[in-house]
Design a protein around this ligand. Sequence first.
Ligand SMILES: Nc1ncnc2c1ncn2[C@@H]1O[C@H](COP(=O)(O)OP(=O)(O)OP(=O)(O)O)[C@@H](O)[C@H]1O
Length: 290
Amino acid sequence: MTALLETEQVEYNYPDGNSGLRGIDLSLPAGRKIAVVGANGAGKSTLFLHLNGALKPRRGVVRFQGKPIDYSRRGLRELRSHVGLVFQDPDAQLFSASVEQDISFGPLNMGLPEAEVRRRVDAAMAATGITELRHRPVHALSYGQKKRVCIAGVAAMRPQVIILDEPLAWLDPAGAKSILDLLEQLNREGATIVMSLHQMDIVARWSDEVVLLDQGQRLFQGVPRELFARRDLLTKAGLELPWPMDLYQALVERSILPSPNDLKGGEVPMDRESLLPLIEQAWQERKEGK
Ligand SMILES: Nc1ncnc2c1ncn2[C@@H]1O[C@H](COP(=O)(O)OP(=O)(O)OP(=O)(O)O)[C@@H](O)[C@H]1O
């Protein structure tokens, strides 16, 4: 599969000498939902800032659609119309007086006609469920509402890639679910979604592909099931298994559930929906005295 975004041996040091990235090779295919995971300080935000050209590597190269990023003003403006980044901190992204103005900024900056801007802004507000906040000042919104405005602002530009730095952090369960539903919808409409997150159960059920970073290096890229079979990598990177896999293992150790070798299909359950039928079956067999 051809890569939409690629990094080759990307290295970056912050001006104070902190090493942000230490030779990262990545290839992000189009149309996927890609999770980027790693402990605090692993380099996720630094990587994202390279993918939309906000940071320039000290060594190595970042490519979009096979071409190295053009760091001129024009080149970056063009790149950012295709690669949208939603920052971790919404206050770093929002600056207009009202919600509507903020979401309009990107499409206006792309030079789109006013009617088209209005259409896109209305659609982005509807998709993120913030139409009623249209005239509200951004500084007076809750954290979760600000997050939605940031996502709407990027979605209104209709980029090919939407990168989100911990979009679920600090959201309540309903807020997190609606963001995940929205990302699912944007992906169905053709956007490649790249997001960092710390909840491994969501990585397991949401992502097609997962990238694991550790101390500025890529430790793994592949499907979630493959990553969660690598206990060595998880331990090194300080990550845990998704809770359904962890619970499954605890139940196997207590001889309540069959071990992977005795499972039909042999696949360890990664999510709640595949774990529950195993528990129900074990419960049924116990009741029937098997
Ligand atoms: N503005 C900065 N100035 C100096 N060093 C920085 C800066 N931002 C990040 N770093 C350093 O670069 C490394 C990578 O940080 P980064 O923020 O990319 O990690 P992260 O994986 O996004 O972490 P988190 O999960 O905490 O958001 C860390 O060692 C961090 O201390």
